[in-house]
Every structure is written in C-alpha cells, then in structure tokens.
Design a protein. Structure first.
Lengths: 374, 395
C-alpha cells in the first residue's frame, strides 16, 4: 500500500478545499447556530451533486465506487471548516452497511438515495447501558409472519435528529442484526440531544415499530460482523474528519503565534511556545499516517491487514492528538481563546465529541491490544 | 513474463543459492551486522555473505557499476529489496560509508574522489566515521574550532572531536574543520576526508553510563590531510554537513529498533506480571504497552510515507527532524517500560542473579537516555521544526 495520495485524489482534495472555502467556511457554522439550525440541507445536496456522497457507493447504484481514500480527502476538508453536514454517517457508515449487507433491491433503493443526497441516514446503535463499541444491545427484534417488531431505546445517535432513515441495531432470536427503519415509521420517537458541538444528535425510542422482514441487513450469522464493519468504517472516517479539524485549529494557532505581539515581539518567537507548536506538528504528522493507512486498509489495499486493528490504531492516536491540539489551541490563544466569539472553542467542543464518538483512546488502545493478542 | 519478472526469478534463485542459512534470520541488533573495515574480524558467514554480494554490486544496488555498485534501476532495486526481505535476509553491509559519505560523494564529490573512495566502500574494505561534534561545539555545531591551516599541498589539523561513533573501529573520517575565523561562523567551515592512520591522529573511547563505549574522542595534533581531500569548496562545508545531518535524522528514527521488540516486551509482561486468559493481567501495563505499539506503528507508517513521497518525486525536507524526535523518545519509552515490566530484576549490573536478557534490558535502558542527545538533541530538532517547517519568527 502506498501512503501517498494519487493524482486523482489530490485533484479532489483541491476541489473540496475550494468548495469548502467558498460555500462552507468556518464562519458559516456560527450563522447556522444563530438560526437554530444544525446543518444545511441545501449545501448537503450540493455536496451530492459534486459526487461526494457516492464516493464509496458502487457505480451500479449511482455512485463512483472509488473508495474510502477518496472520501477521506473530502472528510478532512469538511473537518477543517467544522462543517456539520452528515456526510460520514450517510455516505460511509450507512453506505458500508448497505454495500455489505443489503439484498439487490434494498441496495438499489437506499444506495441510490444516498448517492443522490436525497436521504440522510443515521446509525442508531448506542444504548444507555453500553459504553463504547459493540456494547450491550437490548433493543429487541421480534419476527412474526413477514414483519419484525422493534422495541428499545437508542441514545447518542449521530445525525439522529435530521435523519430520514435509521439503521437500527437490535437483537433478534438468531443474533444481532441491523434494520432499515424509516424515520416516519409509526412508533419511532426522536428526541433531539443538545450537545456541545451543536450537531443534530438524538435519543430515539422504538416503541413497537413494525418493519418488513426485508428491512433486515445481512444473514443471521453475519449481523454482528456487519455492525462491527459499519462501526469500524465510521471510526476510520471520523479520524479523517478529526485530522482536518486538528489541522484547522493548528493553522489558526500558528497564525496567531506569528501575529499576536507581547513584550514587543510576536509570541511565536518565544521558544517555550515554539517547541510546543513543533510537538503538535510532529503529532499531526503521525496522526496523518495512521489516518491514511486506516483508509487504505478499509479499501482493501493491504490484504493481510485487519480493518478493526487499523480503526483502533487510527482512533486511539487521533483521539489523543485531537484533545492535545484543541487544548493547546485554547491555551496559546490566551484569554481570547476562552471567549464565545473566538473559534478556538468551536474546535475544542467538536474535538471532545469526536474524541469519544466510536470509542475514546483508552477503549481503542484496549481493543488494539486484544486484536494483537495481548 | 516481463523482464522484471525474469529479474525477480533470477534474483530469488541467486539469493537462495548464495545466502548462508545463518544470514536468513534477522539480526537483533546492528552490532550483529557487517560494518566492514580493516579493524574488526567478522564471522565466516558474514564475510561470505558480504563477498557474494560485492561480486554483484548488491551492497549498493543502485550505485554505478563502474564504481562497484549494482547499477540497478529503481524498479529492480525494489525487487531485490523485496526478495531479500521475503527470505528474511540480513543486509550484507551497513555503515556510514553506504548511508552517508558514499551518497554525498556521488552527488558532490569530484570524479577523483568517487574513483578512489566509492569502490572500497561498496566492497566493505573501508569503514567511515563522522567527525562533527567538539567539546565546545555540541548543539551549536557551527562554532567548531578544529583548525585546518594550509601548508603547501596539505591542511594541517589542530584540535579535537568528540562523540565520534566507532572512531576506534573506523579507517577514514569525514570531518568538519575551520578554515576561516572571520565572518559568519558557518562561512568558515570546510569538509575534509581524513585517513585515520594519519600521523597526529589519536583516538580514545569514552565509557558511557551503560558501560559500553560506542563513542570516542579523536585528537588531532598536526595531522596533515592532502588538499585533494577537500569536498566541495573551501569554507563551503556547512551546507554539505547540514544536508548529511538531515539524512542522518531520517535514519536515526529507525536505528534503535530491534527485531522482535514487541514480542519481547509482551512476553516479558506475561512472564513477570501474569496473564488473565490470553491477556496481560495488569490493565495499566497493558495500556502502556498498547500506547507504545500504537505510537511505534504510527512512526513506522510515517517513515514509509516519507519514502513513498520521495518515490513520487517529493524532496525530503526538514520534516525528517520529527523522525529523530519521535524515534528516540519512543526507544526511551520502550526501554523504560521494559524495566517496569522486569521490576527488581531490572536493577542488576552483572552477575549470576540476572538473566542475560535482563542485564541487556538494563544496559539498553541506560544507553537509551543518550538517544535524545546524540545526532542533535530533541531541543535542536524542535528548533528546526519551529523555524524551518512552521516558519515561526526568530527570537
């Protein structure tokens, strides 16, 4: 596996950078929040028109079938600008589950809707009893005739408050399974969670929701693996977004070090700050390698490598570095970094959410150890 | 079959036929490898493995054939490396000749320099050392004071060098000397090639806290070095030295790693703190080991990324400083962690109460404290990153 971008990926990166600078700069986030909105559906549709939402969707279903490395490039640029559009949950997590688990008819219907930007998906998996990872699934899936009845409570569903379609993990008689559930199905109750990053998370109650047995993804024995695969894809994609956010915060901080003057000189001329900035740079370089590698493994570029181990490697590293960069961003900005009007706080709040989403560093270090036999 | 496939097949057959079985196990430390030179006697298999490779120029696969190299293009050199690694073969020869002064002479040296020095490097006949640091010039290397004064057809050297790796085992030294004292200190430095057998050169090993002596002091009292041994122009040696240092820093990120490090640490943890099912029983120790291995993997991937980028045509820059910075600290963490795992068994200096591996772990830990000092301290690396990569303003 080569750990460099291809020429095509570099072109996509530039296009994404230009688009984000023109249409989704960081300043937009404040305007959204002022209007009480968590994202822009209009902008989301524009992203679909650019082909971003179909990067991992097979060509047969309206996508480009190019792979996770391409989506990584886009997620990084979105992360830099803290863009809250639900690209990750829909175009990577849901798309992965559907590509690997849906029958032809379902794949056609849902993947086409993903690539076109028509429908937003969210993975409803976490429950109050669990912590990270596969966790404890108490949501019950009872089959009778041609229908399945879902009952349970999901929490911390990323994008849950804006999703059109949910992928719900539940326990069936023959094992763990994922079910495709329309948001407007009878018995689905969505309660938005107000989080520090302003994104549209939600708690979702499933109160005897009836879906057709066709809504189930994957064979009984594959259900757990499918869920794990979707979670790993989400973990890996999230590290790309995190890397972008770290870079955005770091660039902003470097700029400040070069322009803010105290004692008659730029504060960036002080060695105490120079060395800390250099440490952050070195951490970012390491994080970037892990992110690039993990997306390559997800794309199957290294046949011997485990997707789960690559996901844990990248997430353990990125969770640590994200917090370190965010804390240093606030500290090096001094007082202004603590104010509501400055963007340092936006980076810090998003870093905290991303750090824990799909498992924090300690969880992934433990998982990495287990996957490596110790 | 393409020509490259033919080359691969032929190379594999040749390696299988010629590699002694003892060379098909990875060396644990670089001490077990061949550094060449006239002052060390190597085991029979090591010598034989060197000789068969020399015959084909495979100690330096991409160097010109006329100078003893293999004359391979990049694609073939990559195939050779892959086939060597597939058979777990040790490199037939390592050292500063192949990794530093050789590439430099191929780039900057005169034809006469190349003809004289490259073939003995390729054949492992001459071992090189690097004369940079001085007692008064450590981190501030450009303030070096060893004087070289022209006298007829030679420079006469007066002064001393310190922290010269393996000076006592080397035949030649590439050395930085002061040829001008006025003006900017960087503008009075020249780069010379010096035979260690020159009268007036004496070497004294330095004993470290680990008990080993990998470094020496080198004293220069009226040593005459022929003017023809000047590389580049007089007073323009600093740029050459800096380019070599950047190269050294890329190398050094990798250099402390030993084959089987992870397995040894995990096995020692199982043995000393016990197991809980298949897992290391102590979750705190397990977390520290996992953190170390994750960091190591990230560094390995970053080194690979730099190589991939170089192959794609990007020039290596000052980013190499991060390899030195991270690689050395990782090695310190690893050696420290190993002592934590061994507990009281890591306190032995010598004697029967301690296993050989335990004594080695202790010495390795002590030795590792120098990693963030030698080859440019961590603080110097941070300065380089801050100023040259991040373009932060000077104080």
């Amino acid at each position: 596996m080569d750990l460099v971008l291809t020429e095509e990926q570099t072109l996509l990166q530039k296009a994404a950078r230009d688009f984000v600078a023109a249409r989704a700069p960081r300043s937009r986030l404040r305007k959204l929040h002022e209007r009480g909105e968590s994202f822009s559906r209009e902008l989301y549709r524009e992203m679909a028109a650019l082909g971003w939402l179909g990067l991992v969707v097979p060509e047969a279903h309206g996508g480009a079938g190019l792979g996770a490395r391409y989506l990584m490039v886009v997620l990084e640029e979105l992360g830099k600008a803290l863009a809250p559009e639900p690209v990750l949950s829909t175009a990577l997590v849901a798309a992965t589950a559907l590509v690997h688990g849906a029958n032809d008819a379902a794949a056609k219907e849902h993947l086409t809707a993903i690539a076109s930007g028509e429908r937003i998906f969210a993975l409803a998996h976490d429950e109050a009893g669990g912590r990270f990872g596969l966790g404890a699934i108490d949501t019950d899936a009872r089959a009778a005739g041609g229908t399945v009845t879902l009952r349970g409570e999901k929490v911390h569903v990323e994008g849950g408050a804006i999703a059109d379609t949910l992928l719900v993990s539940a326990r069936a008689k023959d094992g763990v399974a994922l079910f495709v559930v329309p948001r407007d199905a009878k018995g689905v109750r969505v309660t938005p969670e107000r989080r520090i990053d302003g994104r549209a998370a939600a708690s979702i109650a499933l109160d005897g929701v009836e879906v057709s047995s066709d809504a189930r993804l994957g064979d009984p024995e594959k259900g757990q693996r499918l869920l794990e695969r979707a979670l790993d894809a989400g973990t890996i994609g999230l590290t790309a977004e995190m890397l972008g956010s770290m870079l955005g915060a770091f660039e902003m901080t470097l700029e400040y070090l070069k322009t803010r003057e105290q004692f008659g000189v730029p504060i960036g001329s002080f060695q105490a700050l120079q060395h800390r900035a250099a440490r952050l740079f070195s951490e970012l370089e390491l994080a970037r390698s892990a992110v690039l590698y993990a997306h390559g493994v997800l794309d199957g570029l290294d046949e011997g490598a485990s997707v789960a181990a690559a996901a844990s490697l990248a997430k353990a590293k990125c969770s640590d570095v994200a917090m370190r960069v965010a804390y240093e961003t606030v500290q090096m900005h001094g007082g202004i970094g603590m104010t509501e009007e400055h963007d340092a706080g936006l980076y810090l709040k998003r870093a905290r959410v991303a750090e824990m989403t799909y498992g924090d560093a300690a969880y992934h270090r433990d998982r990495f150890a287990r996957l490596h036999g110790f | 079959m393409t020509e490259l496939d033919d080359f691969r097949g032929e190379t594999r057959a040749w390696l299988e036929e010629n590699a002694p079985p003892s060379m098909r196990t990875p060396a644990r430390t670089s001490e077990e490898l061949c550094w060449g030179g006239t002052k060390v006697t190597y085991p029979k298999d090591v010598v034989r493995w060197l000789e068969v490779n020399v015959e084909r120029g495979y100690t330096a696969p991409t160097w010109p054939k006329a100078l003893g190299g293999g004359g391979l293009d990049r694609a073939r050199a990559k195939i050779l490396a892959e086939e060597m690694s597939a058979l777990s073969l040790r490199p037939p020869l390592i050292g500063f000749g192949l990794s530093m002064i050789g590439p430099l002479l191929l780039q900057e040296g005169s034809e006469a320099h190349q003809k004289r020095h490259i073939p003995p490097i390729v054949r492992g006949e001459i071992r090189w050392c690097q004369g940079y640091s001085e007692p008064g010039a450590g981190s501030d290397l450009a303030s070096l004071q060893t004087k070289a004064v022209r006298d007829g057809d030679a420079y006469v050297l007066e002064g001393s060098k310190i922290w010269t790796s393996y000076a006592d085992k080397s035949d030649w030294m590439f050395i930085l000397v002061r040829t001008r004292s006025d003006g900017r200190k960087q503008d009075g430095i020249s780069f010379l090639l010096m035979d260690m057998a020159t009268p007036g050169v004496t070497v004294k090993p330095i004993r470290l806290i680990s008990g080993a002596s990998p470094f020496c002091e080198t004293f220069l009292a009226g040593a005459r070095v022929p003017c023809e041994n000047l590389v580049g122009e007089e007073n323009r040696g600093w740029a050459i030295a800096r380019a070599l240092l950047a190269h050294e820093r890329t190398m050094i990120g990798d250099i402390f790693k030993e084959q089987g490090d992870r397995e040894r640490l995990v096995a020692a943890a199982r043995a000393h703190v016990g197991e809980d099912g298949a897992r290391i029983a102590d979750p705190i120790l397990r977390d520290r080991i996992a953190a170390l291995e994750i960091e190591q993997t990230c560094l390995d991937l970053t080194l690979q990324r730099a190589k991939d980028a170089a192959r794609a045509g990007h020039k290596p820059g000052h980013e190499s400083s991060i390899f030195k910075l991270v690689g050395t600290e990782l090695n310190q963490t690893r050696r420290d962690l190993m002592c934590s795992v061994l507990g009281l068994q890591s306190l032995g200096w010598e004697g029967d109460g301690y296993e050989a591996d335990e004594l080695k772990a202790t010495r390795d830990w002590l030795r590792s404290r120098g990693n963030t000092i030698e080859g440019g301290t961590s603080e110097i690396q941070l300065d380089i990153i801050a100023k040259r990569v991040l373009a932060l303003p000077g104080a």
